[in-house]
Structures are given as structure tokens and as C-alpha cells.
Ligand binder design. Sequence first.
Ligand SMILES: Cc1cc2nc3c(=O)[nH]c(=O)nc-3n(C[C@H](O)[C@H](O)[C@H](O)COP(=O)(O)O)c2cc1C
Length: 176
Amino acid sequence: MTDTGTTAITENERAADLSNRVRAVHRQYPTGVTVVTAGVDGKPYGLAVNAFSSISLDPPLVLVCVNESSNSYGPVFASDYIGINILAADQVGVAGTFAKSGGDKFAELDWELSRLGVPVLAGVAGHFELEVKYKIPAYSHTIFVGQVVEAASADKAPLVYQAGKFFDGARLEPVQ
Ligand SMILES: Cc1cc2nc3c(=O)[nH]c(=O)nc-3n(C[C@H](O)[C@H](O)[C@H](O)COP(=O)(O)O)c2cc1C
């Protein structure tokens, strides 16, 4: 084997090692689970997203990151308004539905189109409707920055996701 070959393998191994450590760090970070929705000609689209964050309260800005390879990406990108549905602890099945591609994800669910044409899921812990302000390309993903134009929450515990597992947000122990 040539020196070049040896170096290439070492670099590949180093890259794989970093990738594993990156994944391990992400697994240490609990998140909620959202379903990002968009309506095009009255038809609903959506996918499960945990890359959601508040940016600021004044103005009320939030962001979500969506993979360009997802089927929902086109409808989300094409929409002036999108929805962020914060799933409740009893909606792990809904999370599973929206984490898969294909099929009519909305067929078995209660949902409605809002005044702005955004699909809103029933039974969620909360939801935002956003006016999309910026679409920032980031390699495989696009960061959608939106200004909140509607917000509603329910007295329901959120679904929590960490290290590939779902948890009941009502049963988290406060740290003393
Ligand atoms: C807990 C969880 C979080 C996810 N977070 C994201 C995310 O932040 N962005 C993203 O693009 N996909 C995310 N996904 C993956 C998409 O939900 C998944 O690729 C889905 O199949 C896309 O559906 P679609 O192709 O019908 O749009 C997540 C999946 C799960 C289970």
C-alpha cells in the first residue's frame, strides 16, 4: 500500500470518528418534537422536526431546519406561511407518522386548515403559525426563519426526544 493510501484511510477513520462523536454529543441534547406543516392548494404536507429553536421574542422569531431531500421540503419552501406543531406526550404515534416519508400522513388525524392556509394538528401541546422571513441554505438543509403570526398552547405536557427515544414531558424530575 502506498503512503497516499495509508493517509487516505487515516483521514477517513478520523472523519468517521468525528462523525461518531458528533452524533454522541447530539444524543446528549433533549429536544421537543414538532411537526412542520405547509398547505399547498389546500393539501397538507408535514414532517417531524426537532431542529426548532426560538430566536427572539421581540420580534417573535423562530427557526426550523428542513432537509432538502424530504418530500415536504418543496411545499414548505413554496409557502409564505408554515406551521410548527409542538407534539404532546400522548402523540408519539403522530411523531412516527410524520417521521416517515410517503402515504397520506393526515388521513387518520384530526387537523384543520387555518385562516392562513396552514395545516394545524389537533391535540398538540402548542402551535405557531409563521410568516417565512428568511430561507438560509446550509448544505443539505435549509434554515427557515419565520415571524410568529399566530400562537396557541394547551395544558398538555410536551413529547420529549433524546438519544433516539421518546419521553413523557410531564414526568421529568425537577433538579433540586
Ligand atoms: C425525532 C425526529 C426529529 C427529526 N428532525 C428533523 C429535522 O429537524 N429536520 C428534518 O429535515 N428532518 C427531521 N427528521 C426526519 C424527518 O421527519 C423524516 O425524514 C421524514 O421522513 C420526512 O418526511 P417527508 O419525506 O414526507 O417530508 C426527524 C425525525 C425524527 C424522528
